[in-house]
Design a protein. Structure first.
Length: 416
């Protein structure tokens, strides 16, 4: 699917996909961390303030209790101004004991116990010295409540600190989670991107090797519309042109320029191939060598252009008379060779005689009656393996047979 997009755009999208989980997890983590930190900051600040208030109240109550105990065990004239000042400071500290958060029910309950105990002590503090023992007893109860309030506040503060440590641990887990999923996405998207580029590259490399090895029929599969797809199209177009040029060159190197038949080089290649095939499958094949009679007279009397037309007409006549499996070649000026696969002596003789009679019955163009002798054909025949087992000896046997046909009066077939 990605192959339809350019590689640059693919890399840009891939980078976005790799960063997306990190951004998502990072955003969620930041939101959660921010919320938890705000809650922790609030609870820790509130617990610290309440602890400070409790400690201040404890100190002021202890000061008041110490003064009253001193009056009890070492009676002195009561300093009511000092007493009133200490009572007022305790009263202010107790008034400050309020739970700011409505959800801190237990803390508010503890603070109320301290206030209630103070309400018992406060009326006694304004009485005569005889009531000081009762005030002292009330202060002991009040201090007991303050100690419990202090212990509760300390416990709350410790719990806030524990939650703070848990939040730090949670932050670490979230970052590990973000890195984990980001790593998975990084690897997944990276592999997918690499595969979307590597597959066309591998196909491109394979195709270039095939073309470089000479297989010009191979065409690379176009896997997309990106840069690699365009490059593949260019290489396929180049391969088309190379194949066309190769076919043209092959035709020029294997075909006779005048008649369009196989040339002598291709004739010998086919000759050797047929000999190897016949040996492998133990089958016969025959060779015909033909020479046009009185061809020199045509060239000398009517010119080489007329001779060329005569050769072309003879080539076309052979193509009509022979089978598609037979190989026809011009191997000399007016000499032609025919390879007849899977053909024994009798069948080859019949075919050669049919060619000779056809040319004799229907004279070739330019052999004008009364002006030139009629152009006929002489044929020499040799068969593998009856007459020879090697290419050179078989060709020599057919050539000797052709020579005998020419010497015997032309327009005839001679066997090896």
């Amino acid at each position: 699917m990605l192959e339809r997009y350019p590689i640059k755009l693919r890399l840009f999208y891939g980078l976005g996909l790799m960063l997306l989980p990190l951004l998502l997890v990072g955003g969620v983590s930041f939101s959660q961390i921010n919320r938890m930190l705000q809650e922790l900051e609030h609870s820790t600040t509130h617990a610290t303030v309440h602890l400070e208030q409790t400690v201040l109240l404890q100190e002021r109550l202890q000061d008041l209790s110490s003064y009253l105990m001193l009056q009890h065990y070492a009676p002195q004239p009561l300093d009511r101004v000092r007493l009133a000042r200490q009572v007022e400071s305790v009263k202010q500290a107790i008034a400050a004991l309020r739970a700011d958060d409505p959800q801190e029910v237990e803390l508010e309950e503890r603070s109320r116990e301290v206030r209630d105990a103070w309400e018992v002590v406060l009326p006694l503090s304004g009485q005569s010295e005889i009531q000081l023992s009762r005030v002292e007893d009330g202060l002991k109860v009040l201090l007991d409540h303050v100690f419990r309030l202090r212990d509760f506040t300390v416990r709350n503060l410790n719990e806030s600190l524990v939650r703070q440590a848990a939040v730090r641990s949670r932050i670490g887990e979230l970052f590990v989670l973000a890195l984990f999923f980001g790593g998975i996405m990084l690897v997944s998207v990276g592999l997918y991107l690499a595969r979307s580029i590597q597959r066309p590259l591998a196909a491109l490399e394979y195709g270039v090797k095939r073309l470089g090895a000479g297989d010009l029929t191979y065409r690379l599969p176009v896997m997309g519309r990106d840069e690699l797809g365009k490059l593949t199209g260019v290489l396929n177009s180049m391969a088309d042109k190379l194949e066309t040029s190769y076919r043209e060159l092959e035709a020029l190197s294997t075909r006779d320029y005048l008649t369009g038949l196989c040339n002598v080089r291709e004739f010998y290649r086919l000759f050797h191939e047929e000999k190897l095939r016949a040996e492998r499958y133990h089958r016969p094949f025959s060779l015909l060598l033909m020479d046009l009679d009185h061809f020199k007279q045509v060239n000398d009397s009517l010119g080489h252009q007329a001779g060329d037309l005569l050769l072309q007409a003879f080539a076309r006549r052979l193509e009509k008379l022979l089978r598609t499996s037979d190989h026809i070649a011009r191997i000399g000026g007016d000499e032609f060779g025919v390879i007849l696969p899977e053909t024994e002596v009798e069948a080859a003789s019949e075919l050669a005689e049919r060619i000779r009679l056809d040319i004799d019955a229907s004279p070739l163009p330019l052999a004008l009656s009364g002006q030139l002798d009629p152009v006929t054909v002489s044929v020499g025949l040799a068969t593998f393996p009856e007459h020879a087992n090697e290419v050179e000896s078989l060709f020599a046997a057919a050539d000797q047979a052709l020579y005998r046909a020419k010497e015997g009066g032309r327009n005839r077939l001679s066997h090896a």
